[in-house]
Every structure is written in structure tokens, then in C-alpha cells.
Design a binder for this molecule. Sequence first.
Ligand code: PLP
Length: 341
Amino acid sequence: MRYIDLRSDTVTHPTEEMRKAMYEAEVGDDVYGDDPTVNRLEELAAQMVGKEAALFVPSGTMGNQIAIMVHTKLGDEIIVGANSHIVQHEVGAAARLSGVSYSVVDNPDDKIYKEDVIKRIRDEDIHNPTTGLLCLENALGNGTVVTLEEMEELYRVAKEYGIPVHLDGARLFNAATYLRVEAKEIAQYADSVTFCISKGLCSPVGSLLCGSKEFIKKAGKMRKLLGGGMRQAGVLAACGIISLEKMVNRLEEDHQNAKYLAQNLNEIEGFSVDLDKVQINMVFCEISIKDFNSKEFVEYLLEKGIKVNDGGSIFRFVTNKDVNKKDIDFVIDCIREYIYI
Ligand SMILES: *Cc1c(COP(=O)(O)O)cnc(C)c1O
């Protein structure tokens, strides 16, 4: 059975072209550095985000954690958003792997502003940890995008104080699509950046960590330390190349579908979406209906062939390559039926 899967964009299946590319991929042993397909992906990634070098890693989490390991030293403090992936979804790894503590910025819009950073940078007082890194995210997990001006301002402040900046750009290309700029225009305001090829870009596995040559050399060692050294990874990198060459331009379609879904949901009684916040492929919908049973709602949709995560009173719907406009119409019809009949 074919499902309409709105749980995430990580659920996208590799395209037929990707499956063929995997079959045909020229491979080597990447731990020896001689997998030509991995090397090609890394060069392409670095070039697209305007950095000297890149490293293919199994996940975005590993990319972020390696970045923190390389940028900081034991006992440092990192500045990071309260709802960021690094704080909420990485098992507290920065504390465990890098031995750093978190200075958490908790704004209602999930953004970090210049003032937040200035306030948190530690001085030389004997009681203080050293501020070792500023971690930014773009696009944010709430589906909104940080502007170039905001990024520039944050980068300038960090540089003024000699603090490196890491950008968790899991959905960097979604952010770039929304801002109508190239990814490198965003990434120029960070010393290192990770982005996922396994989400909207449809590869089965993987992320890229990008930065200076010196940074990526150290990062390669940390990837090995974490057990992330992969051998004939060219079969995966072959998909990544297609992600970067062919899938970036279609993200706009996911964004349009998200908007379309948001507008239609907003018209259903008890459903409300802040349309201004639908900037990429994610729709957050608040449901305020008397005696609404979210579990039953999820089960109902599943029976119709629609997969969504149970969000309680706030549901997140994520559009992706495997969901088209007709599917969205079907989803809307099913929800209407559930609510009105
Ligand atoms: C998905 C995501 C990651 C990485 O997730 P993995 O599942 O480890 O690849 C990192 N940051 C953000 C904001 C994400 O959305």
C-alpha cells in the first residue's frame, strides 16, 4: 500500500535515478580516501556552500557533534537555541562527547539575536567557563528561516569576540530556497556548516559537514573516533550527488504544497495555522476542538493511508517529494470528513 507520509521529509525514498546511480557507482575505500564518488560529493558540497572542504558523515547529528568536538575544548560553554536540534534531539551528546555545557537562548520565535549572544559571552572572571562556540540553525526546527541580515549580525558579533560559529543547516537548501539566495550566501556567516541530503533532498542516508581544510582534516579524525569511517560509501555518495545536482531546485514545490496545505487546514473549524510561519516545507497546525482525541485522529488518518505524527494539540505536517498536490487534496478531504461528519 502506498502511504501519504507527512511525518517528515526524512521519509522520502531514493529516486529511480538514485537507485541506478547506486548500482553503477564507482567506489573505493573512503577510510583510505580513495572512494572517487565520495570525493566528488565532498567537493561538490564544499563548492555549493562556499567552503574549502567537506566530509561525508552518516547523519546530521554526527556532523553537528563533530563540529562541536573540533571547535571547542573540554569545559567550554556553547551558546545554542533552546529548541535547537543540538539541545532537543541529540541525546545531550555535546556534554558527553565534547564535555561542554550549554548556554541556552530561549526566545518565543526560536531565533537567536545579537543581544542574546552579547549577554552570554563570558568574560575572564575566574568563575566562568570559556565561551567556545555559537551554534546557529537555519532553517529553524519551527519551519521559519533566519534572514541573511540576522545571520550576518550574529557572525559579526561572534567574530568580534573571537568565537567560532557552527551552522546546523539540516535544511539549509530549504532556507536558501525561501530566501531566494544560494546556500553559500547563508553559509558565509558560519565557520562550519552541516546539511542533510537525507531529508527533502531524498538521499537514503547522510549529511555533509563543511568548513576550512584544516577544520575538515580534524573532523575526519573525529568521524573515525565516533566509528563513522565508512568504506565503499560511494554507493551512498552517488545519491548525494544527485541530491545536490537535481533535487535542490524542486524544494520550491514542497514549499508550495506546504502553503497550500496550510491555507486549506486553516479553513477547517478548530484548525489554525500561522501562515506567515509556513516558510519551508513544514506546517504547524494548532487544533482546538472540544474532546479532540489526537490518537484517534492519527489512527483514522492511517486507515486512510495517511501517516502523521501524534502532536497532541499541535500537529506538524511535512511535505516532501513523495507527496503531490493531489495527495494534499485527499488529506484535506479526509480531515474535513473526520471533523464534519
Ligand atoms: C534532521 C536534523 C538534524 C540531523 O538529523 P539526523 O537524523 O541525525 O540526520 C540536525 N538538525 C536539524 C535542525 C534537523 O532537522
